[in-house]
Write a new protein. Sequence first.
Length: 326
Amino acid sequence: MSFMETRGVQPVAQYPTPLDKTTSWRTRAAQIDPLQAQCFSVIARCGCFMQAARRLNIKATRLRKQLAQLEKQLQCSLFSPSENGLVLSRDGLQLHKQLTALAHERDLPVIEQPIVRLAVAETILHDILGRDLVALLRRNASARLDIITLDSELSLQAVSADVVVWLAGTDSPLPGPSFAVSEPQCLAQFDYVPHIAKRYSRVASRPDSLDDLADFMLVQWQHDRQIDSFRPWNDLVDQRPAGIVQSHSYPLMLEMIRCSACIGLLPGYMSHFDRGLIGLPGLFQPPMQRQVWLAVNAESEGEAQVQMIVELIQNTFSERRDWFES
């Protein structure tokens, strides 16, 4: 949604009436549509159409069109291309100077974006949602997003957010957020299996029983010790007299599996996320499983920016559906 649409303002006319070139720049600056003035000011500040378009949350082609209309109305060129990006022309400098002065005398529209608080399980943020969130911010540099990582049930209970994505057992979404939320939606179910880097294990020598794991170092993310459904894996780790690494960092655990010939417990989709890793299914029966749940704060679920984040999450999981099929 563009900055004009969020304020319910109609786009400027396609064929603006030219301003009298004999009048002063101050007079002409005062007669410019405020939203066109903002477009010009952001372009001048950024020196780049793409960055200015991101800041205003509109397409660069639309921003160029707005500038062309303004230049037609003023009957002059406001920018000159250079090796360092867009540079204000002589007329552009005059306009910018007068708009800056007028900003102290009148209220130009301030496009304030509401803060959207997203609380998400650390593994989901790192493996699944991270890239799409970056892509969203690349398109919309004016967004205000507060991302909170959930690394325990305690943090889930303590957090306050507009959108929550968390992991729970397969029978219900509990324990869930402590505040009033919409009906929780199950996004996916994960099977968890030990993983190893392909380069450290040839097909013929990969472990296919728990006894075979004795020849490998095991790495455990400390957060997983709290998960009841991971008890078979946790019991195996606890029984080890040696060859164990405990990590409080999820990315560090992944790096140890990739680069240190360690075996660690990961979601079954990891071979899609990192093709250098391979799962070792069948070592534990029954399978260790968890479900991903999405819920929206009941007080803010109707807000457009909140719905934008919800749709992004739903689309991301839908596009990666093949990751989660057993």
